[in-house]
Design a binder for this molecule. Structure first.
Ligand code: PGA
Length: 253
């Protein structure tokens, strides 16, 4: 079976200013070429428009880091899917562990956000993953199963997944390719139960957690790892380009 087209996604989190984003986009636009991997950037809200405009015509997709479930209304500080689409987004992150932790987002809210993304023409990249404590207690699969089930409860029509073990995010402690593959294979198996085998096979499951140019090639090798969601290393356009190329190389094997 042909390998799924990999995705290289940058999650800038609460980083970078306008001038940084302009320089970054110029670099990507001039050096990206026609990558074998699909490329996405999730800038903070203040930079969505800058990035969407700076990357026009490059094929790079832009997404919001979060969205509210409502289309509009009295929700101070939030952004809706309509607003994200209005500035050129085609994607939205849902359920990143930092949202779950900092903003108390529940498993079921993540599912409602994924559905809201779909309603406004956005593809949700649904993030899930166990904490260090859960892994040590041997509860990884139980947590992944619960998070996945809840996220798909609303039956979003289009979505992709990111497995991001919390203990590997921003810590430099990357999962080994074996650990990541085991979790991805489990997620694909669970996915088949939820949405059918064919769709499970077509879904891209990205790995996230301390991905950098030095470990990208070995992490993309296992068959169920379909790309990366990159935080820290994605803030440097040279490093992100290297990760994009490592993802792309896997598409040709
Ligand atoms: P990291 O973040 O690459 O800095 O570990 C990944 C993420 O949170 O998406």
């Amino acid at each position: 079976m042909a390998r799924r087209r990999p995705i290289a996604a940058a999650n800038w989190k609460m980083n970078l200013l306008r001038r940084d984003a302009e320089d970054y986009c110029r670099h990507i636009a001039s050096d990206l070429g026609e990558p074998a991997a699909e490329v996405l950037i999730f800038p903070p809200a203040t930079l969505l428009q800058t990035v969407a405009e700076g990357l026009t015509g490059t094929g790079v997709g832009v997404g919001g880091q979060d969205l509210h479930t409502a289309a509009e209304g009295a929700h101070t500080g939030d952004l809706s899917g309509v607003q994200l689409a209005d500035v050129g987004c085609t994607w939205a992150l849902c359920g990143h562990s930092e949202r779950r932790k900092d903003h108390g987002e529940s498993d079921s809210l993540v599912g409602r956000k994924a559905l809201a993304a779909n309603e406004h023409g956005l593809v949700p990249l649904i993030c899930l993953g166990e904490s260090d404590e859960e892994r040590r207690a041997g509860r990884t699969f139980e947590v992944l199963e619960r998070q996945l089930k809840a996220a798909l409860e609303t039956t979003p029509a289009a979505f992709e997944l990111a497995y991001e073990p919390v203990w590997a995010i921003g810590t430099g402690a990357t999962a080994t390719p074996e650990i990541a593959q085991e979790a991805h294979a489990f997620l694909r198996q669970q996915l088949a139960k939820e949405v059918g085998k064919q769709r499970a096979q077509a879904t891209r499951i990205l790995y996230g957690g301390s991905v950098k140019p030095e470990n990208a090639a070995e992490l993309i090798a296992p068959e169920d790892i379909d790309g990366f969601l990159v935080g820290g290393a994605s803030l440097d356009s040279t490093k992100f380009l290297a990760i994009i190329m490592a993802c792309g190389a896997s598409a040709r094997v």
